[in-house]
Design a binder for this molecule. Structure first.
Ligand code: SF4
Ligand code: SF4
Length: 299
């Protein structure tokens, strides 16, 4: 049985995704993805989980035997307003934890598709398994890898969550990558306060982020008691948006998250929250990725 690509995309829109594309599942050519080179240089810092299942990250058919298609979906998160204050939170974490939200939506999509294809075998992924989501979003025609290494979609900019349904079924049409829209722009590279956006050893890939110098890595993934000297947090207590705020595609991107005044004030009050209040306020937020001790360290 072959999946109707148009039907899948319409179902994805009905569920609430902002974009959907489909790529044929195959092993990623070694000159198109620089994970191995990134790891070899130690640019993953202490994210040792990135060193695991590298072969699966290059080949979704190892992750999900028999995989034929990767249905890639995007959900925009550009907020209607930004929080104020000296302890900023990266915008992707303003709302509900995207893992929870995207997974719920992917299961909704799966159940809708099963109405047309009762035998459909598919697995949803949201940052929870070794799959190279940006690569597959590019292959599915949803954007390009920007110099800040994030997926850039013409309408959503890089303010989008990425998820996939990997299926053992073929589709009647596969999308193809779009032209890279960065052109000569290097605004994100110059905006990084830590010079963390560096050249990739693979010319076709372009740039990498060296996590050892990245404020987003240090405020979220680094579990050490102290942050290393010389890392500029630029007013962020969780994540860092510096290489996204300057991107012209983000400045014109669609607003996809309504930040209410009440929620904005809650976020702005977090720096003075005690542990119990912090945990309660962040229970269903991507902020729950860090422990209270890390939050206090970052502050
Ligand atoms: S998230 Fe911040 S520190 Fe990391 S690469 Fe972007 S601008 Fe640099
Ligand atoms: S700031 Fe410029 S170079 Fe960086 S991702 Fe956006 S368009 Fe590309």
């Amino acid at each position: 049985m072959t999946l109707d690509a148009q039907l899948i995309k319409e179902a994805a829109m009905l569920v609430g995704f902002d974009a959907c594309g489909i790529a044929a599942a195959a092993s990623i050519p070694s000159d198109e993805w620089d994970l191995r080179e990134w790891l070899a240089d130690g640019r993953q810092a202490d994210m040792h989980y990135m060193e695991e299942h590298v072969d699966k990250r290059y080949d979704p058919t190892l992750l999900f035997p028999g995989a034929k298609s990767v249905i890639s979906v995007l959900l925009g998160y550009k907020p209607s307003a930004r929080m104020q204050g000296t302890h900023q939170i990266a915008q992707y974490a303003y709302g509900e934890d995207y893992h929870e939200r995207m997974k719920r939506m992917l299961y909704q999509l799966l159940s809708q598709l099963k109405e047309n294809y009762p035998q459909l075998e598919a697995r949803p992924f949201v940052d929870t398994a070794p799959i190279s989501d940006k690569y597959w979003a590019v292959q599915a025609g949803l954007g390009w890898r920007g110099k800040n290494t994030l997926l850039v979609n013409p309408k959503l900019g890089s303010y989008c969550y990425i998820g996939e349904l990997v299926t053992t079924f073929e589709a009647d049409h596969y999308d193809t990558p779009m032209k890279n829209g960065c052109s000569d722009c290097k605004l994100c590279v110059h905006a990084c306060p830590n010079h963390a956006i560096v050249s990739s050893p693979l010319p076709r890939v372009g740039t990498q982020v060296d996590a050892r110098r990245c404020a987003s890595y240090h405020t979220i993934e680094n579990r050490a008691e102290q942050l290393p000297d010389g890392i500029q947090l630029s007013g962020y207590a969780f994540g860092c948006d510096c290489c996204q705020l300057v991107c012209p595609y983000n400045q014109q991107a669609m607003v996809r998250y309504e930040l209410t005044e009440e929620h904005k004030q809650e976020l702005e009050a977090l720096p003075s929250a005690d542990e119990k209040t912090f945990k309660k306020a962040t229970k269903h937020s991507a902020l729950n990725r860090i422990k209270y001790a890390q939050w206090k360290r970052n502050l």
